[in-house]
Design a protein around this ligand. Structure first.
Ligand code: EPZ
Length: 468
């Protein structure tokens, strides 16, 4: 019972004050708890900065993997709770991910009471905004923190958010977020590494055309526009399913949004938003990672609580490579149809194109295909850091500009490798699963940012994997 009442995010450091848990929230902790057990949660929350993964290659993945709620939907939806003074309940939350815990910490710093339960439900209550500031230390840990800017400005009229700066996969500026908010009447100053934003008399509806499709840019402006006066039209908007999942939550909260899922989103501002209950969509990138895992290891997996509709850009090249994919209700069944996988080309593009977040994993699969395949990255300028590590395991890859030419080899060999970013790390795990011998992956804190219980999930389907 003690475990059931535990707030999984209680350890999120509070900078300003203790969480202010309402009666409703306290009552909800006593509901029937299913999902992660106490030990699993403890393991998942354990500081893992120095941990390594040791994987013995050669296992064939067979069985079921439950897919977690999507990190890249949950993060934005958590920020959306800043738009109302009422509690918002979120289900299917990937509560143990490090990025989610970092954001919970930031929201707590701002004044939000945050509660996460073992049944993957979270209750966030932004009764008041106490400190509309996102400090460098937290933004540095997780770039997604920039998503508090739009909601804080819309609700509070003032926000200070540290500039995220570049990261391993590229420079990743946030100028579209800033220009879009300026178009809505915000006054923005960049000072001492911070974006300092204010509004006089609130944000006003505007039309903003993104110079280039931006996933979080679209989300930040869409959230800000919900409380602006008048109509906002976002053109050349991102069409990712996570944008639609966020729009669904905002609509539940009383927002008036149409056109999400297309490149033009229209938001009619409303006076205020209210509490709601909303389910986070399944993680399409985690799903894709294990689909490729089944193909690579010649295994067969049932991926539970997933959505194949979000992965059409992956299905075509996977089938071309020789993989069988079938939807069965909310599950996806994946297995390999032939002896050998066959090389094919992919090019990343904004949704509905091939996701940049699956590029590294797909590239790993190509290393063992018959023939060759070309991978072209068009979203981020520095997203081939997995390539030298894969080459150390015996892969044959040549980089030319923003393309990687992958020539299939007979086998990969276990080695000591270094994880460099989240998806690059996932690609190394996949490589290790099929490599001959043992692979040790260093710096796996990247994986803990975006994959829940990776050791448990892969271990359950036959992988020989341990955290050391
Ligand atoms: C989101 O990043 C995801 N992050 C990324 O997931 C994902 O790789 C990316 O979208 C593309 O799908 C979250 O959802 C938290 P963008 P985001 O703005 O929104 C340029 C993962 O592994 N740009 O769509 O930051 C930018 O440099 C991660 O989970 C500007 O020039 O990406 C890039 O070249 C990594 N100015 C392109 O646009 C801006 O103001 C697309 O970036 C904004 C973006």
């Amino acid at each position: 019972m003690q475990a059931e009442q535990e707030n999984i995010w209680a350890s999120a450091e509070s900078h300003s004050h203790a969480p202010n848990t309402s009666n409703q929230e306290q009552a909800s902790t006593q509901e029937n708890v299913v999902g992660l057990g106490k030990e699993e949660v403890k393991k998942a929350l354990k500081p893992s900065g120095l941990d390594k993964l040791r994987i013995e290659g050669g296992a064939v993945l067979k069985g079921e993997i439950p897919i977690s709620g999507a990190k890249n939907a949950a993060l934005k939806i958590m920020c959306a709770t800043l738009l109302t003074d009422q509690p918002v309940t979120l289900t299917n939350m990937p509560v143990t991910l490090n990025d989610i815990k970092t954001l919970a910490q930031l929201l707590k710093h701002i004044g939000v009471s945050v509660l996460a339960r073992h049944d993957k439900t979270a209750v966030l209550h932004a009764r008041t905004i106490e400190t509309p500031v996102a400090p460098y230390d937290l933004v540095r840990k997780m770039r997604g923190s920039i998503l508090v800017l739009g909601p804080l400005l819309a609700r509070h009229g003032f926000a200070e958010v540290s500039l995220p700066g570049g990261c391993a996969i590229g420079a990743r500026p946030v100028d579209f977020h800033i220009k879009g908010l300026e178009a809505m009447g915000a006054k923005i100053l960049i000072e001492d590494g911070y974006i300092k934003a204010t509004t006089e008399g609130g944000l006003k509806g505007a039309t903003y055309t993104f110079p280039k499709v931006s996933h979080t840019g679209t989300e930040n402006l869409m959230m800000a526009a919900t409380l602006a006066k008048g109509t906002t039209i976002l053109k050349n908007a991102a069409r990712e399913p996570e944008v639609t999942n966020l729009a669904d939550c905002l609509r539940q909260m009383g927002a008036n949004i149409t056109g999400d899922g297309t490149d033009t989103i229209t938001i009619e501002g409303v006076e205020s938003l209210h509490g709601a209950t909303h389910a986070v969509m399944p993680d399409r990138i985690e799903t894709a990672t294990w689909m490729i895992g089944a193909a690579l290891t010649n295994g067969s997996l049932r991926l539970k609580n997933a959505n194949l509709d979000h992965l059409t850009a992956l299905v075509a090249p996977l089938e071309k490579t020789g993989v069988q994919i079938e939807a069965d209700g909310n599950d996806i069944l994946v297995s390999r149809s032939g002896e050998k996988l066959i090389g094919t080309d992919i090019m990343t593009d904004p949704y509905p194109g091939f996701p940049t977040d699956i590029q590294a994993q797909f590239l790993t699969m190509l290393t063992l295909c018959e023939g060759a395949g070309m991978v072209t990255e068009t979203i981020f300028e520095n997203r081939f850091m997995h390539v030298p590590e894969l080459c150390r395991m015996g892969a044959d890859i040549t980089i030319q500009g923003n393309s990687a030419i992958v020539r299939g080899v007979e086998k990969l060999k276990g080695a000591e490798v270094m994880a460099t970013d989240l998806r690059a790390s996932a690609s190394l795990v996949l490589a290790a699963l099929v490599a001959e011998g043992t692979t040790t992956i260093n710096r796996i804190y990247h994986l803990d940012r975006g994959y829940e219980d990776i050791v448990g999930k892969l271990g359950n389907v036959g992988a020989k994997i341990e955290r050391v």
